[in-house]
Design a protein around this ligand. Structure first.
Ligand code: NAP
Length: 230
C-alpha cells in the first residue's frame, strides 16, 4: 500500500518540487490556496488557507505517513521599520498556521511517520533585517525538538533550514542578474539553492531511509551557515 503524505503548500516553490521528487511512490495530498492544475492518480488537492482555516482532517485517509508545512515569509526590514503587526503576520504564517494544521493531522500520524518543517539559515547565523522571520522560524526549531521528544519513537520530527532558494518567495531577492550574482557569490558552494536541493532533503527525511533521524535541524544552505572562506 502506498504511504500517504500531506504537503501544506505544494502548488509552487519547494513544496511543488517535493511533489516531483516523491513521484509515484506515495499518495500525496496537497493543501494550498491555489492549485497548479497538475493531474495524477496519486495526487489529491485540498483548498486551504493556513493563515485563516482550521485544517479539515476528514478530507484525509485514516493514516498519514508524512506531513510537510511549506508556507513561509521573507519579510526583510530594519527592526525600526517592523511594527508589531508585521511580527504577528510572520508568526501567523510561519508558526501558528503550522501548529493549526499539525494539530488537526497529528491524531492520524501513523507509526514511524515523519514531520518535516522549514526554518531558515538566519536562525543560526545572525543576519541584518531578519529579526521578524528569524524569530518565527526560531519558534519552529524549538517546537520541533520538543515535539520530536514527545512523539518518539512513533513520529520523527525534523527541520530543514535553507539559505536562499530560487522560488517565488525569493523572487525580489533574485530579480536581476546583479542580485543573483551577488547571492551566488555569498555562498561557499557559489550558487543559491534550487527547489530540488531542498526537496531531495525533505524526501529523504520523509522516507524510511531516515528512520534513525529525529529532532534535527538540517542546514541545506550551500555551506553559508558554517563555512567562512574569507
Ligand atoms: N525560498 C527561500 O529562499 C527560503 C529560504 C529559507 C527558508 N525558506 C522556507 O521554505 C519554505 C518553502 O518556501 P518556498 O520558497 O517554497 O515558498 P513559496 O515559493 O512562497 O511557496 C509557498 C507554498 O505555500 C503555499 N502557501 C503560502 N501561503 C499559504 C497559506 N496561507 N495557506 C496555504 N498555503 C499557502 C503556496 O501556495 P498558495 O499561494 O497557492 O497558497 C505555495 O505552494 C517556507 O517555509 C520558507 O520560509 C525558503
Amino acid at each position: 500500500m502506498k504511504k500517504n503524505i500531506l504537503i501544506i503548500g505544494g502548488s509552487y516553490g519547494i513544496g511543488s518540487a517535493i511533489i516531483n521528487e516523491l513521484g509515484n511512490d506515495y499518495h500525496i495530498f496537497t493543501a494550498s490556496r491555489t492549485f497548479d492544475g497538475r493531474e495524477s492518480p496519486n495526487l489529491t488537492y485540498i483548498e486551504f488557507d493556513a493563515s485563516r482555516d482550521s485544517f479539515d482532517s476528514t478530507k484525509l485517509p485514516d493514516e498519514i505517513h508524512g506531513f510537510v508545512y511549506c508556507p513561509g515569509s521573507i519579510n526583510l526590514k530594519p527592526f525600526k521599520m517592523l511594527d508589531l503587526e508585521a511580527f504577528q503576520e510572520d508568526f501567523d504564517i510561519n508558526f501558528l498556521g503550522m501548529v493549526r494544521s499539525l494539530k488537526a493531522v497529528m491524531p492520524k500520524m501513523a507509526q514511524q511517520s515523519s514531520v518535516v518543517l522549514f526554518s531558515t539559515v538566519a536562525v543560526q547565523s545572525g543576519m541584518p533585517f531578519h529579526t521578524s522571520v528569524a524569530a518565527s522560524k526560531g519558534a519552529i526549531e524549538g517546537f520541533a525538538r520538543s515535539l520530536a521528544a514527545e512523539y518518539a519513537p512513533k513520529v520523527r520530527v525534523n527541520v530543514i533550514a535553507p539559505s536562499l532558494v530560487d522560488t517565488p518567495l525569493a523572487k525580489r531577492l533574485l530579480n536581476n542578474d546583479n542580485k543573483r550574482e551577488k547571492m551566488n557569490e555569498r555562498h561557499p558552494l557559489k550558487r543559491v539553492g534550487k527547489p530540488e536541493d531542498i526537496a531531495k532533503a525533505a524526501t529523504y527525511l520523509l522516507s524510511d531511509d531516515a528512520s534513525w533521524i529525529t529532532g534535527q535541524v538540517i542546514g541545506v544552505d550551500g555551506g553559508i551557515s558554517t563555512l567562512n572562506l574569507t
